[in-house]
Design a protein around this ligand. Structure first.
Ligand code: DHK
Length: 145
C-alpha cells in the first residue's frame, strides 16, 4: 500500500544555504527535499516549509486527516514556543520524527527545551542536513517493522 510521509519545516528554513552556514551548512532546502525523496524509496513525500505557525498547524491537521503514515518535522524556532504545533501533533497517530539540523542542546539555552519532543517518537539533532535523510530512512524502517 502506498504510504505518504509529510516533511514539514518551520520558519527561516526557506533560507537554508544562506542562513548562518556555520550552523546550518550550505545545503539549500531544495537540496534537502531532493535528499528526502531519494531516501523515501517508494514512499510518497509531501515536503513543505512555512514561516507561519498557523500554516504549520494546518499542514499537521492535513497529515492527520489524510492518513499520512508518518511526519518528519523541523519546527525551527516554533519548537520552543508553539503550543498550537504541539497540540496539533498530539492528534497525529503515526510516528513523528523531530528533526533539527543543529544540535540544539549545544546552543544557547533558549534552544534547549523543545515542546515537541514530548510527543515525538524520536529526535534527531546535529547531523546537519543529512539528518533529514536519516529521519526518512528511519521512518521507512519503523513503518516496515
Ligand atoms: C532550526 C532553526 O530555525 C532554529 O530556530 C532551531 C533548527 C534549530 C535546526 O537546527 O534545524 O533552533
Amino acid at each position: 500500500m502506498a504510504r505518504t510521509i509529510h516533511v514539514l519545516n518551520g520558519p527561516n528554513l526557506n533560507r537554508l544555504g544562506r542562513r548562518e552556514p556555520e550552523i546550518y551548512g550550505h545545503t539549500t532546502l531544495a537540496e534537502v527535499e531532493a535528499m528526502c525523496r531519494v531516501a523515501a524509496g517508494d514512499d510518497t513525500v509531501v515536503f513543505r516549509q512555512t514561516n507561519y505557525e498557523g500554516q504549520l498547524v494546518e499542514w499537521i491537521h492535513e497529515a492527520t486527516d489524510t492518513g499520512a503514515a508518518g511526519i518528519v518535522i523541523n519546527p525551527a524556532g516554533l519548537t520552543f514556543t508553539s503550543i498550537p504545533v504541539l497540540d496539533a501533533l498530539k492528534m497525529f497517530n503515526g510516528p513523528i520524527i523531530e528533526l533539527h539540523i543543529s544540535n540544539i542542546h549545544r546552543r544557547e539555552a533558549i534552544y534547549h527545551r523543545s515542546l515537541v519532543s514530548g510527543v515525538a517518537t524520536a529526535v534527531i539533532a546535529g547531523l546537519g542536513a543529512r539528518g533529514y535523510a536519516t529521519a526518512m530512512r528511519s521512518l521507512h524502517e519503523l513503518l516496515d517493522a
